[in-house]
Design a protein around this ligand. Sequence first.
Ligand SMILES: NC(=O)c1ccc[n+]([C@@H]2O[C@H](COP(=O)([O-])OP(=O)(O)OC[C@H]3O[C@@H](n4cnc5c(N)ncnc54)[C@H](O)[C@@H]3O)[C@@H](O)[C@H]2O)c1
Ligand SMILES: [Zn+2]
Length: 395
Amino acid sequence: MSDRIRDDDVTIAFSVPAVHRLRFTDDVFGADHAVLHDLLEPSGPQPARVQIWLDDDVDQANPWLREGIDRAMAPILHRAVRVGNFQVVPGGESSKNDIHLLERMLKVMNAADLDRRSYVAVIGGGAVLDVVGFAASIAHRGIRLVRFPTTTLAQADSGVGVKNGVNLFDKKNWVGSFAIPWGVINDTRLLETLSDRDYRCGFAEAVKVSLLKDPAVWQMILRSTAGIGRRDPELCQTIIRASAKLHLQHITQGGDPFESEEARPLDFGHWSAHKLESLSHYRLRHGEAVATGLAIDVLYSSKKLGLPIDDAREIISCLVKLGFSFQIPELADVETLMGGLEEFRQHLGGRLTLTMLRAIGSPVDVHEVDTQAMKDSIRQVYQLVKSPSLKDVLA
Ligand SMILES: NC(=O)c1ccc[n+]([C@@H]2O[C@H](COP(=O)([O-])OP(=O)(O)OC[C@H]3O[C@@H](n4cnc5c(N)ncnc54)[C@H](O)[C@@H]3O)[C@@H](O)[C@H]2O)c1
Ligand SMILES: [Zn+2]
């Protein structure tokens, strides 16, 4: 500390009031359209302008959707009115990888005369939510965003969060913003057309958050792998809702919603996941990469931090029962994958901080990594492909 003192300098802490609205429904564009009435406020004396953005794959798989939206909005025209055409964005990571799309989106928002009391409503998977959400967050320094997540992953995790972003320089979410959505509507009907591959992905994030924060939810997932495989609606909804609430609780009560501190506790298993996604040129889905990252980090936790090896085995076996595979060639290049540690640190700055597990429900932040133990963990996960028995590999 220097002894520089000036009377007119000011350092003042302040907090900003914020509201997060998460709604659960079975049919927001049908029987339960009252959700829209409650969520969309008029813009002063005028109805608010609403621009709708659709994930192309969701749009194509649900031919009823556009009409359903208009029917659901018809009774609330005094509060909110849809403007312009439906805007369609290619589904999946390709939209996050195309920075030029962003400018086109801003042009469309400008052409529709959206203002800060307008709504950008986006219906789609996590990738489309991230890119449209980012555009909305910088247009006029922030247009109200209403997300309708259509994947289990987005309903259980990303759609509920306060982050937007796109990929740049071959790095995940290198450009982005923190912005609290006006509202998030988790509608089970919107999951019906999701492929089994994508349906499974959300449960990787549910496993993650339950291991960190709620052993009872973890036990429930452990007991439910067969039901999840069958897409049992009640069971799956219970888990997705529990996961969404745990994520939301962390964001609203964890004391660091915009991640200005050194830890990113919700990113357990993510340092390698992000690297695997980019190394695979996004062939891997985020949920698949997270399942792999979790397997690596629970093994590391068992080697270095006291997580019982039986727990690590049980977690990995649960991921396998959920249908995740570790047959990922990028795991063979251990050195390159280890580069993900430094990229993870750089994204946040400061010291490296990884959240690991001391026990289920008992996370711990570590600032140093035993390189050999981490490389061994990666190799063991890769070997699981060859060995039919977890016990042989994870002895
Ligand atoms: N912002 C955050 O906090 C945060 C957190 C976690 C993940 N993410 C991001 O979310 C993205 C992954 O999202 P995702 O797992 O939802 O997958 P996704 O958005 O990549 O969607 C996967 C595929 O499913 C299609 N699809 C989506 N819903 C469908 C439906 N109901 N019917 C038919 N097809 C449908 C999509 O068009 C896409 O082709 C990644 O970019 C990841 O980085 C963001
Ligand atoms: Zn994630």
